[in-house]
Design a protein around this ligand. Structure first.
Ligand code: GTP
Length: 423
């Protein structure tokens, strides 16, 4: 039997996802027509003999309940559970803290998945390789551009044995162009290994405390750290690699991080394209009396789209959206209750809940071509080259053009804006 843990973080995380995470937790933000975390769950539902999925986070218990109830109906063979950390315990702390619940039923393999990623999730291939090599854990890696490798956890891999020889978190100098994807599978013995890592961490913590009481607290250490906080990357994976207990599995499908709000747009496109390749029936198609649809498009059944509108490719339109005549939408996410009036255009953008775009209005960002473009939000204090984002309840007046900007919630936009963050 196999199990999986998905780390969902907490409300103080995902700050880069603002203004969209002000309305709902990042893991529940929709990409490809479904919450980000649904894609992890769907992929896990296809893993052989996977019986339970546990979400670990620091959000209030009720937040994920309706979503997990829906998952329970959609995937009845899998048990779902949400476990709340008493404080943010880091990427391995909560996993270790809840070990008794995780090992209940004696699972042979335990997947761990991060939420802030989108991926083709070849989990059965990952599991087969993990079982074949029989090491304590397997990390899924992907090839990234050499020039951006320093942004990731980098893994040096022996091609023949698939042994992960070194793990370095965000290395200052070049180490490898194979980056951790935030997808792992461990054998049950991982908890014994983590117990040792935690002891080491507690020792370090106490030494630090002793130094502080002797010499006073440094200015940087204002944040009170929990002694049980354990980081998967620095405290566990690095040591596993050093002890030759970690394998690496190469992900050949797609993978992107979903860190900033803008990165939801390429993630949306990747999942919609995958759905198109899989011939999924939930995708919209051009009909005799409907709008023109190009490429991969998701339209919620309650949305009303005027037949003269042109939608796609790579567009998700959510519940109760009303799109007027002559509207053009391309490479964008339009969230619930948005109204887009006649002849408006929405290109490379995210339009937040309850927004209104007036007649001939234009909300336009730049197409993101490389994963590294996304976080390049400002240059000399000016926003450049990014997805255009309207927070919740933004009103764009008739004929107003909002370009490459981020607009915080509840604003009325009566004049054109280019390359600005509107607070
Ligand atoms: P970088 O941007 O890579 O510096 O890190 P980050 O803080 O944005 O992400 P991190 O690598 O810390 O998080 C990876 C995943 O773990 C995300 O899905 C987070 O939501 C989740 N996560 C991070 N810290 C915690 C934690 O303390 N508890 C839980 N339950 N999840 C966490």
């Amino acid at each position: 039997m196999n199990k999986a843990v998905i780390l969902v973080g907490g409300p103080s995380r995902a700050t880069r996802f603002r203004p969209l995470s002000m309305h709902l937790p990042q893991p529940l933000f929709p990409v490809g027509g479904k919450p980000i975390i649904w894609h992890q769950i769907k992929a896990l539902s296809m893993v052989k003999d996977l019986k339970e999925i546990i979400l670990i986070g620091f959000f209030e218990d009720f937040i994920f309940r309706p979503f997990l109830n829906r998952c329970q109906e959609e995937f009845p063979e899998i048990a779902f559970k949400y476990l709340r950390e008493y404080s943010q315990l880091g990427t391995a702390g909560g996993f270790f803290h809840f070990r008794d619940q995780i090992v209940r039923g004696n699972p042979k393999n335990i997947f761990m998945l991060y939420t802030d990623i989108c991926c083709s999730f070849p989990l059965n291939d990952l599991l087969s390789q993990h079982e074949r090599h029989g090491r304590l854990g397997t990390i899924m890696v992907t090839k990234v551009d050499r020039s951006s490798a320093h942004l990731y956890g980098c893994v040096v891999v022996d091609n023949e044995t698939k042994l992960a020889e070194h793990y370095v978190e965000k290395p200052e100098t070049y180490v490898s162009d194979l980056a951790s994807t935030g997808v792992f599978v461990f054998s049950q013995e991982i908890f014994r290994f983590m117990a040792i890592a935690l002891e080491k961490r507690i020792d370090e913590f106490e030494n630090e405390r002793a130094k502080e009481s002797a010499y006073g607290r440094s200015e940087e250490s204002d944040e009170v750290e929990d002694v049980n906080r354990l980081r998967l990357e620095q405290d566990v994976l690095r040591q596993m690699a050093a002890e030759k207990k970690l394998s690496a599995f190469m992900c050949t499908g797609f993978w992107r991080q979903i860190k900033s709000a803008a990165s939801a747009v390429p993630a949306n496109a990747l999942y919609l394209k995958k759905a198109l390749g899989d011939n999924e029936s939930f995708l919209a198609k051009t009909t005799a009396d409907g709008p023109e649809i190009t490429g991969a498009v998701y339209i919620h059944p309650t949305a009303q789209i005027h037949p003269t509108a042109v939608i796609g490719p790579n567009v998700s339109i959510h519940a109760r959206v009303v799109v007027g005549p002559g509207v053009r939408i391309n490479d964008s996410i339009v969230l619930d209750n948005v109204s887009i009036k006649d002849n408006a255009a929405v290109l490379h953008a995210i339009v937040g809940w309850d927004c209104r775009i007036g007649k001939w209005g234009r909300v336009e960002g730049s197409q993101i071509t490389s994963p590294d473009d996304i976080d390049e939000v400002t240059h000399l204090g000016v926003k450049v080259n990014s997805i255009c984002i309207l927070g919740e309840d933004v009103q764009v007046k008739d004929e107003v053009f909002i370009r490459n900007s981020i607009v915080l919630p509840h604003k009325e936009m009566a004049g054109n804006k280019h390359n600005e963050i509107i607070m």
